[in-house]
Design a protein around this ligand. Structure first.
Ligand SMILES: C=C(O[C@@H]1C=C(C(=O)O)C=C[C@H]1O)C(=O)O
Length: 243
C-alpha cells in the first residue's frame, strides 16, 4: 500500500503503536489531530477519543491508548482537597482527559471549578503525556489524582484515551486499520528496545495498555453516557463505526 500520512502524538506511549511507520508520521499535540485529519492534512491520526466520537470518523478496532486503573501520565496535580479546588489549569494538548476530568468532578463529585488556560499560575494543573511524566519526576511530593485510577474506581471499567481514526470517506480505511493492528503487534514486542530505562519499561508494560476489546468498548459507551450528562451533544455513542 502506498504511504499514507499519519498524525501522531509526540509521546512515549505512542511509540509502540507507530512502530515501523515512523517515516510516515507527523507529530502534533493530540488536541490538534482531529482537525488535521478532518482537513486532509493527514490520512489517519492517533486522536483523542473525546474528540473522535463523531460521525465523520471511523475508529480502528483492537488498538488504542488505554488504562485499566492507574495510567501514570494523566494527572491532576493539586494542593488542596479536591472539593476546595477553585481553578484548574488545563494542559492544551488534551481533549479526552479534560472531558474525563469534567466527568469525574462534575458528574461524580458534583462540583464545578473554573477551568483556566495553562499559562495561568493556578496551583492545580491537569497534565498529560510526557509532560505529566516529567512533572512527576520533578515534583515527587505533590498530591496527585490519577485520572485512569479514579475512572476505574468509580466505573470498574478501563478508559480509552486515544484511538487510531480515519475519515469515514477514506477508501483504504480497512487496509489502514489492518496495518495499525500489525504495527501494534510488532511495537508491543519491541517495547524492550523502545524503553530507555526501568521506569519507561514499567510505564509501557504495566500502566499503558494497548488492547481495545469488549470491556474497553463498554468503557467507551459509559464515557459517551457521561458526556451526554455533561451536555456534550456531538457524541454519537452507539453509532460509532469500528473498522
Ligand atoms: C494516557 C494518555 O493518553 C493521551 C491523552 C489524550 C487526551 O487527553 O486528549 C490524547 C492522547 C493520548 O495520548 C497520555 O498521553 O498520557
Amino acid at each position: 500500500m502506498s504511504p499514507f500520512r499519519i498524525g501522531c502524538a509526540p509521546y512515549l506511549n505512542a511509540k509502540p503503536l507507530i512502530y515501523g511507520l515512523e517515516k510516515q508520521a507527523l507529530f502534533f499535540p493530540p488536541a490538534e489531530l482531529p482537525e488535521r485529519l478532518r482537513s486532509g492534512e493527514v490520512d489517519a491520526a492517533l486522536a483523542p477519543l473525546g474528540a473522535s466520537l463523531s460521525e465523520e470518523f471511523a475508529l480502528v478496532d483492537g488498538v488504542g491508548i488505554v488504562a485499566d486503573g492507574p495510567v501514570k501520565s494523566v494527572i491532576l496535580a493539586h494542593d488542596a482537597p479536591l472539593s476546595e479546588i477553585r481553578s484548574i489549569a488545563i494542559d492544551p494538548h488534551t481533549r479526552s482527559s479534560f472531558l474525563l476530568l469534567r466527568v469525574l468532578l462534575e458528574n461524580f463529585l458534583g462540583f464545578r471549578p473554573n477551568y483556566v488556560p495553562f499559562s495561568e499560575r493556578s496551583a492545580s494543573r491537569l497534565l498529560i503525556g510526557d509532560r505529566a511524566l516529567a512533572y512527576r519526576k520533578e515534583n515527587p511530593r505533590v498530591t496527585l489524582l490519577d485520572l485512569g485510577e479514579a475512572w476505574r474506581d468509580r466505573t470498574e471499567l478501563p478508559f480509552v484515551f486515544a484511538v487510531w481514526t480515519v475519515r469515514r470517506s477514506e477508501a483504504k480505511g480497512k487496509e489502514i486499520a489492518a496495518l495499525f493492528r500489525e504495527a501494534k503487534r510488532l511495537g508491543l514486542a519491541a517495547r524492550g528496545s523502545i524503553a530507555k530505562d526501568k521506569s519507561e519499561w514499567e510505564y509501557l508494560t504495566r500502566y499503558i495498555r494497548y488492547e481495545v476489546g469488549e470491556r474497553e468498548k463498554a468503557g467507551v459507551a459509559r464515557f459517551c453516557d457521561e458526556l451526554r450528562v455533561l451536555g456534550e451533544k456531538a457524541v454519537v455513542g452507539k453509532e460509532l463505526l469500528w473498522i
